[in-house]
Design a protein around this ligand. Structure first.
Ligand code: ZN
Length: 428
């Protein structure tokens, strides 16, 4: 760290601390917007107001499939994008001196499940013993808010970034990544990007890719009293799922060929995340539909892996007397996400290591993730190193999701120092 940053590092830390109660209150309020897929718009309005109050230029636009579907990294969707708005708050330096930076977080959250399994209502954030609870608190509203409060801290000590800083609040990270893709399509570029997903203060070095696939299985309905005359679509789906489980273990057994994930016990997870089937208790089910989420290794070819999944399903069906003549239908409306390995990022990584060490008193550790993030868009399709680095969270996508507030404070301080050094500082 150099010049104005080294001189002001302690004051920046104090400013993060001084603003922190307000940061927690703001994060809690953001958790209160149930920004489930297709319902992100009011949370995005809230972010747009906050960016405007901070003096940022606000760009809010509707994400449209037709703008994106020809681009690499696009994932197909079947839902309406009527409420699909991205928001970017931009600080543009009058005469930029440093390097530019994107801070990117996603506003969307995953479904919360039955509320009676939560200790407190999922969309009413609660603070308890140093953790903030609520759906999205960890994944990743706290991280998104870190970006805004890192900038606030710099302003609190009389400075602003000397280069361009873009804070992006994007939709659709949990299902397609089309929100981050839309930021690229709209022209946002920078010399580096930080994505404060809940990495527990580690740096994402590699991440798996993700394929979502929907499989429709047909059956032959019959009265349950003569079930032998029909063919049960739900039971047939179970046979396909069993074949997919075998394939999952086959892929995991290949892990030594994929250096970034070889050290993990079970890097590849398939998940049957949704299943609906049948029509009537006394009718043999005529149809069953299930959704598969499959991970692929960071260095995998996504087309080849998709084909393997399809072949697995087709082969399992071919051996079945009914499915052999009525093959299951396969559709894609969700992630077709390539894996990502952080490369060509020596400069931002060295700086992040220095900032992390100053704040945490420990070396920054790298970590290979077994899920995907929006970092891939920056790295793979725009040549912008995408650094996944954020606070510590527990039970993301689970009941009683929460984020550790002390880690949120430290990550905010680390990002503030990073911005100060990377972008440079101008007096306000
Ligand atoms: Zn996330």
């Amino acid at each position: 760290m150099k010049g104005a940053v080294a001189d002001n590092a302690a004051r920046i830390g104090e400013a993060v601390e001084a603003n922190f109660a307000d940061q927690v209150r703001f994060t809690a309020e953001l958790v209160g917007y149930p920004s489930l897929r297709g319902q992100e718009h009011t949370a995005q309005d809230f972010m747009a107001r906050a960016f405007r109050d901070e003096g940022l230029d606000v760009d809010r636009w509707q994400v449209r499939i037709e703008d994106l579907e020809h681009l690499p990294g696009f994932s197909p969707v079947s839902i309406s994008y009527d409420n699909a708005f991205n928001v970017v708050g931009s600080h543009r330096a009058a005469s930029p001196r440093g390097k530019s930076l994107i801070l990117n977080g996603h506003i969307d959250v995953v479904p919360e499940g039955p509320h009676d399994m939560w200790n407190s209502p999922p969309f009413e954030a609660r603070e308890k013993e140093g953790w903030l609870y609520g759906r999205g608190a960890g994944d990743m509203k706290a991280g998104l808010v870190c970006c805004l409060y890192a900038l606030k801290a710099l302003k609190s000590v009389g400075y602003q970034p000397a280069s361009d800083l873009f804070i992006q609040s994007v939709i659709e990270e949990e299902c397609t990544g089309n929100g981050a893709l839309a930021c690229l399509q709209r022209g946002y570029r920078a010399d580096a990007a930080i994505i404060p997903e809940p990495s527990g203060g580690t740096l994402g070095e590699a991440q798996t890719g993700t394929i979502w696939m929907q499989i429709t299985v047909r059956g032959l309905p019959a009265h349950a009293a003569y079930a032998e005359k029909g063919n049960n679509a739900i039971k047939a789906a179970f046979r396909l799922i069993a074949a997919l489980e075998v394939l999952e273990e086959k892929w995991n057994a290949e892990k030594d060929r994929h250096p970034h994930h070889a050290h993990l016990a079970h890097p590849i997870n398939f998940n049957i995340g949704n299943i609906t089937g049948g029509e009537w208790p006394a009718s043999v089910p005529a149809q069953c539909v299930f959704d598969l989420r499959a991970a692929i290794f960071a260095d995998d070819d996504i087309k080849a892996r998709s084909r393997e999944l399809e072949d697995c399903i087709r082969q399992a069906a071919a051996g079945d007397p009914f499915m052999g003549n009525n093959p299951p239908q396969i559709a894609y409306h969700g992630f077709l996400a390539e894996g990502y390995i952080l490369e060509n990022a020596e400069e931002p990584v060295a700086l992040l290591e220095a900032c992390h060490k100053r704040v945490h008193g420990q070396e920054l550790e790298g970590r290979a993730g077994t899920g995907t993030t929006d970092a891939r868009f920056f790295g793979l399709y725009a040549d912008i190193p995408g650094l996944v680095y954020g606070p510590l969270a527990r039970d993301v996508h689970g009941f009683n999701e929460c984020v550790e507030l002390d880690s949120v404070r430290r990550i905010t301080e680390t990002i503030a120092l990073f911005v100060a050094d990377w972008c440079g500082l101008d007096e306000l």
